[in-house]
Design a protein around this ligand. Structure first.
Ligand SMILES: Nc1ncnc2c1ncn2[C@@H]1O[C@H](COP(=O)(O)OP(=O)(O)OP(=O)(O)O)[C@@H](O)[C@H]1O
Length: 899
C-alpha cells in the first residue's frame, strides 16, 4: 500500500492541524483567564515532587462555576462537602479532601513514564509512534494488524482502534502502578486534562489528543463523543473505571472531577509488588522484537503462578535459565518453566542476548496476574463471602454450596462475569441471586432465547417471591415497553427489533442467557445486544457452552464482560486463535495457547464447573419445567383450543364423552405446541447439547420433529409404535455409539421401556402424558446403570392448553410415587412451577376430570391411545360430540374408548 498522501488528504490534515491549534490556543486562553495552569505538555512536573497515587502536588485554584452549571454529585458520601461549600465557587478536589469531606484524600492521577516524550512534541499529535517492529510469522503479527473490521465476525464489537492509531504495544508501557519508580527513569507528563461536569449524570474530559487515552475512552461503555466540542463525555457510573484506566497511561494526568471520590487506584494496584511493579512488567510487552534474531521463543503462562519459555536450544539462553532460582525443567516436554517472580529478571537477561527474541507474556496476562509476580507471599486471596442478607431467603437458602461460590465470585468481580457452568447446574438461580444482590440498580433486563422467556419469568416468581407478579415484564412484541417491569425479559430476536438507542432502554443490570448466541459479531443478535452491553454496569453472561468450536467465538463475550482486557480482536486472535495472514485477509479460525487463555478467563471473568466436579451436590435426576408459549399459533388452532377447553368445562353425560373431550383438548394442544417445541429443540442444538432424547406422543409432533431435524441435517433415530422390535436395538446402538450430535425422537407410549440410551443425559418431554409412571419409565432410558452424570429432564409445558391441567395432575401423582419410593426425585422440590397450581375452580374441576378419566384402574389401552392420536394426525378431526357429528368412514375418538 502506498504511503503517499493525496493533495486532498494533505489539505485535510493541514486543516485538522490548524483547527487543533486553534482549539488549544482557545483552551490556553480560557485557562489563563481562570488563572490556572493550562493543560500543556510543557508543564512537566518534578518527578521528585510526587509519588504515584500520593496526594496531589499541583494546587489548582477553585474553578469558578456559575449556579447553572454547578455539578451536584450523585453520591451521598460527598454531598455534604458540596452543600456546605461556601460561595458560588466549588472547592477543588484537594480542598475538599483537606477541609470538608470525610472521603479519603483525592489524588491527582499522575503517571510517570519510563521514557519521557520528545520535548516539544505537540499535545495534539499522537504521543508515541507505532515503532518499527519486525513482522514475523509467529510473533510479530500484531504489528501488521488489520483495521478494526478485519477481525472478521468480531472485529468491530467495541469500536477498535483504527489502523492509523499507534500501536499501544509499541509505546513505553505505563508505570503508574510502580510503588518505587527508579528516580533516573522518571518520565514527564506530556498531557494534562481534567474531568468536568457535563449534563446531568455525566462528566466530560477536557484534554488534548492522546491516542492511548482515546483507546481508554473507547473502552468505556457509556462513552459519547460530542462532535461540536470534540470532547468525550461519560456516565458518572464509569468515572472510577475511566480514571483507573487513564492512570495506566504514563504521560497523561487527569484532574479529578469535583466532588467525586478519588479513583481507587491503590486498591487496584496494591497487588503490584516492589520487585516487579506493574509498570515495569508492562514495559516488557513492547519493543521486544529484534530484527537480527536467529532464534525465537515465547513465554506462556502455564499455571496461575508459573510460566514456561518455549524456545529452541541456545547456550546463552540455557545459562540464563539456570540462574533463575525457581527454574524447573520438564524432561518430557523439554521445556523450562519458572515462577512468575522470576519473570522480569529472566526477561531482562534474555533481552540482552542479541540473537534471541522471546515474545513476552501478553499485557492482559500481566495485568490479570500482577499479584503473582510478587512472589509466594502475595498469592491470591480467597474470594470473600458476599452478604446476601437483603435477598429473598427462598432463594438464598436454596443455593447449593457451589452455587453460593458462584455468587461470591460474581460479587468479587463486581457483577461482571461469564458463568459457564455445565448445563443443568442452576445458572438461572445463580444469575437471579447475583442480579438480586444489585437490586438497588434495577430494573434488570434478561435477554434469553425466545423458547425460554417464560421459564425465566416463572423462575423469578418462584425464587424471588417478594417480587410483585406484575413487576415481571415479558416483552412479546417489538412495540412493547422494554422497561415496564422491575424484571424485564426479552428474546434476542425481539431485541434486534427494539430501539436500543432509546435513552430509556438502557439497563444497569443485564443477564444474557445462552450468551454464546452473541459469538458472531455479524449476527443481528449480537448487534442488538451491543448497545445494552456498553451501557450496563453489571453484566452476567450465562452459557454452558460459551465457545463450541474455536476460541474466536469467545471474543465478544470477553469483550462484553471486560472491554479493556483485549480491546483489539487482532491481538486476541494472534495469541489465542493462531491467526494467519492469508491472501484474502486474516484467518482466525485456529487455536493457540488455550491453557493460557483458560487461566486468563478464570482469573478475570469466567467461572465454569463441570457436573463431575459437583456431582455429590446434585440430585441424580433434575427435572425442570420449561414454560413455552403458543403465541404464534394460527387463529384456527386458537379457536379450536378454546372451543375444546369450553367443551370440557361443560358437564358431560358419560365418562366416554368426558374422555373424548379431554382427548380433543389434548390433541389440539399438540398442534398448538408444535412450533414452540421445535424452537426449543433448535435452541438446545444451538446451545451445544449434543445428544438428547425427545419424547412426544402425537405422530404429528414426532413427524414434525424428524422432518425439521432432517432439514437441519441433524442426525436422529426415531422409535415409535411402527418401529419393528429388531430395528429398535440397532437404532439405540447407533445413538449410543455415535460421536456426533444425535437426537433420539421417541414415542412416549412406544419407547418408554426396554431401551438403553444413557449416552445422553438430557431428556425433553415435548408433550405431557397423564400417567407419571410412563413418564418416569421414559426418563429412565438415560437414568440407569452406566450413567455417570446426573440427568436433566425438561418438561415443555404450554399455558392455555391441556398442559394447564395435565401438569398439576402429573405433579400430584409423582408426589405419591415419590412418597412410596417409586420416584427418585421429588418433582415438587425440583420442578415445581407455582403458576401451574391453578386456584381457578373451573380449572381445578377439569384437572379432576383428567384424574377421574385416566385413573390407574381405568387406564387406557396405550395402543388405542396411539391409534387415536394417529387418527388425529392423519387429518381426521374427531368431533367433540361424536354422537351428533360422526365422520362416516373414520371412527371418532369416542369409538376407541367405548368398550
Ligand atoms: N439450588 C437449587 N434448588 C432447587 N432446584 C434447583 C437449584 N438449582 C437449580 N435447580 C433446578 O435445576 C434445574 C436446572 O437449573 P437451570 O435451568 O438453572 O440450569 P442451567 O445451568 O441454566 O441449565 P441449562 O444450561 O441447561 O440452561 C431447574 O429446574 C432448577 O430449578
Amino acid at each position: 500500500m502506498s504511503n503517499q498522501l493525496t493533495p486532498e488528504q494533505q489539505q485535510r490534515m493541514e486543516e485538522n492541524r490548524r483547527r487543533a491549534l486553534e482549539r488549544r490556543a482557545q483552551r490556553l486562553g480560557q485557562a489563563a483567564s481562570l488563572n490556572r495552569p493550562a493543560f500543556s505538555g510543557s508543564s512537566v512536573q518534578s518527578v521528585q515532587s510526587h509519588k504515584p497515587f500520593a496526594a496531589p502536588v499541583r494546587e489548582e485554584p477553585p474553578v469558578p462555576l456559575s449556579e447553572s452549571n454547578r455539578f451536584v454529585p450523585p453520591f451521598k458520601k460527598n454531598q455534604s462537602s458540596h452543600t456546605k461549600a461556601p460561595g458560588p465557587a466549588l472547592i477543588s478536589a484537594a480542598q475538599t479532601s483537606r477541609g470538608v469531606s470525610t472521603a479519603p484524600p483525592p489524588r491527582k492521577l499522575q503517571i510517570i513514564d519510563a521514557q519521557p516524550q520528545n520535548k516539544g512534541q505537540h499535545v495534539n499529535s499522537p504521543v508515541l509512534s507505532g515503532g518499527s517492529l519486525a513482522v514475523k510469522p509467529t510473533h510479530a503479527q500484531s504489528n501488521n494488524a488489520p483495521s478494526s473490521n478485519s477481525g472478521g465476525a468480531v472485529g468491530s464489537f467495541y469500536k477498535q482502534p483504527s489502523k492509523s492509531a499507534p500501536n499501544p504495544e509499541a509505546r513505553p508501557a505505563p508505570s503508574s502502578f510502580a510503588k518505587n519508580p527508579a528516580p533516573a527513569k522518571r518520565p514527564a507528563i506530556s498531557l494534562r486534562g481534567k474531568c468536568v461536569p457535563h449534563t446531568e449524570g455525566r462528566f466530560r474530559v477536557e484534554v488534548g489528543f492522546h491516542a492511548q487515552l482515546i483507546d481508554v475512552f473507547k473502552s468505556i461503555p457509556s462513552r459519547n463523543f460530542d462532535p461540536a466540542t470534540k470532547m468525550w463525555n461519560f456516565s458518572l457510573e464509569d468515572y472510577q473505571h475511566l480514571m483507573q484506566d487513564a492512570a495506566a497511561i504514563a504521560s497523561v494526568s487527569l484532574g479529578l472531577l469535583e466532588g467525586m471520590e478519588a479513583p481507587d487506584i491503590e486498591a487496584a494496584t496494591s497487588r503490584a509488588r516492589d520487585g516487579a511493579p506493574l509498570g515495569a512488567l508492562l514495559r516488557l510487552c513492547s519493543g521486544w522484537q529484534k530484527p537480527g534474531a536467529i532464534l525465537q521463543g515465547q513465554c506462556v503462562l502455564v499455571s496461575p503462578s508459573k510460566f514456561e519459555v518455549d524456545i529452541g536450544y541456545h547456550v546463552d539462553v540455557i545459562a540464563a535459565f539456570k540462574q533463575m532460582p525457581t527454574k524447573s525443567y520438564d524432561m518430557t516436554t523439554r521445556k523450562w518453566s519458572f515462577s512468575l517472580e522470576d519473570y522480569k529478571p529472566l526477561m531482562d537477561r534474555l533481552s540482552g542476548i542479541a540473537a534471541v527474541e522471546v515474545e513476552p507474556l501478553p499485557r492482559a496476562i500481566i495485568q490479570a496476574f500482577c499479584a503473582r509476580f510478587q512472589g509466594p507471599q502475595a498469592r491470591s486471596v480467597d474470594i470473600p463471602e458476599a452478604d446476601l442478607s437483603n435477598i429473598d431467603p427462598t432463594l438464598t437458602t436454596s443455593l447449593m454450596p457451589f452455587q453460593r461460590v458462584g455468587v461470591n465470585f460474581a460479587v468479587s468481580k463486581e457483577g461482571r462475569l461469564l458463568l459457564a457452568d455445565d448445563m443443568g447446574l442452576g445458572k438461572t438461580i445463580q444469575a437471579m441471586c447475583i442480579a438480586a444482590y444489585y437490586k438497588s440498580e434495577w430494573p434488570v433486563l434478561v435477554v434469553a432465547p425466545s423458547s425460554v422467556r417464560f421459564t425465566w419469568a416463572e423462575a423469578f416468581r418462584r425464587w424471588l417471591p417478594s417480587l410483585e407478579p406484575d413487576s415481571i415484564n415479558v416483552v412479546v412484541k417489538a412495540k412493547d415497553n422494554l422497561r415496564s417491569g422491575l424484571v424485564n425479559i426479552i428474546s434476542y430476536d425481539l431485541l434486534s427489533r427494539i430501539d436500543k438507542q432509546h435513552p430509556g432502554n438502557s439497563f444497569k443490570v443485564l443477564i444474557m442467557d445462552e450468551s454464546h448466541f452473541m459469538k458472531n459479531m455479524k449476527t443481528a443478535r449480537c448487534k442488538a445486544a451491543l448497545p445494552l452491553l456498553k451501557a450496563a454496569k453489571r453484566v452476567v453472561l450465562l452459557s454452558g457452552t460459551p465457545a463450541m468450536s474455536r476460541p474466536a467465538e469467545l471474543y465478544t463475550q470477553i469483550l462484553a464482560v471486560r472491554p479493556t482486557l483485549y480491546p483489539r480482536f487482532h491481538d486476541f486472535g494472534v495469541r489465542y486463535c493462531d491467526a494467519k495472514q492469508m491472501n484474502w485477509g486474516w484467518d482466525y479460525s485456529g487455536s493457540s495457547n488455550l491453557a493460557e487463555l483458560k487461566l486468563l478467563l478464570e482469573e478475570c471473568l469466567m467461572l465454569r464447573r463441570l457436573k463431575s466436579e459437583v456431582l455429590s451436590q446434585l440430585p441424580a435426576k433434575q427435572r425442570k419445567v420449561v414454560t413455552i408459549t403458543i403465541d404464534g399459533i394460527s387463529n384456527r388452532t386458537k379457536a379450536a383450543l378454546s372451543a375444546a377447553a369450553k367443551e370440557l368445562a361443560k358437564g358431560h353425560r358419560n365418562k366416554t364423552e368426558e374422555k373424548e373431550a379431554l382427548l380433543v383438548f389434548y390433541n389440539y394442544t399438540a398442534e398448538a405446541k408444535l412450533q414452540a417445541i421445535m424452537e426449543y429443540i433448535t435452541d438446545m442444538l444451538e446451545c451445544g447439547r449434543e445428544k438428547f432424547l425427545v419424547f412426544a406422543h402425537h405422530k404429528l409432533i414426532l413427524d414434525h420433529i424428524t422432518a425439521e431435524l432432517s432439514k437441519k441435517d441433524v442426525s436422529f433415530i426415531r422409535i415409535d409404535g411402527a418401529t419393528p422390535s429388531a430395528e429398535r436395538q440397532l437404532r439405540c446402538e447407533k445413538f449410543q455409539h455415535s460421536t456426533k450430535p444425535y437426537v433420539a425422537v421417541l414415542s412416549i407410549t412406544a419407547a418408554n421401556m426396554g431401551l438403553t440410551l444413557h449416552a445422553a443425559d438430557l431428556v425433553i418431554f415435548a408433550e405431557l402424558f397423564w400417567n407419571p409412571g410412563v413418564l418416569i419409565q421414559a426418563e429412565d432410558r438415560v437414568h440407569r446403570i452406566g450413567q455417570t452424570s446426573n440427568v436433566n429432564i425438561h418438561y415443555l409445558v404450554a399455558k392455555g392448553t391441556a398442559d394447564d391441567h395435565l401438569w398439576p395432575l402429573i405433579q400430584e401423582k409423582m408426589n405419591v410415587l415419590e412418597q412410596v419410593g417409586l420416584s427418585e426425585s421429588n418433582l415438587s422440590e425440583n420442578a415445581i412451577n407455582s403458576s401451574f397450581h391453578s386456584k381457578d375452580p373451573n380449572q381445578r374441576s377439569i384437572m379432576e376430570m383428567f384424574q377421574r378419566s385416566f385413573t390407574a384402574e381405568d387406564d387406557i389401552d396405550e395402543s388405542l391411545l396411539v391409534e387415536a392420536a394417529n387418527e388425529w394426525d392423519d387429518g381426521t378431526t374427531p368431533t367433540v360430540n361424536n354422537s351428533n357429528n360422526k365422520s362416516t368412514n373414520k371412527r371418532s375418538i369416542g369409538d376407541y374408548f367405548s368398550r
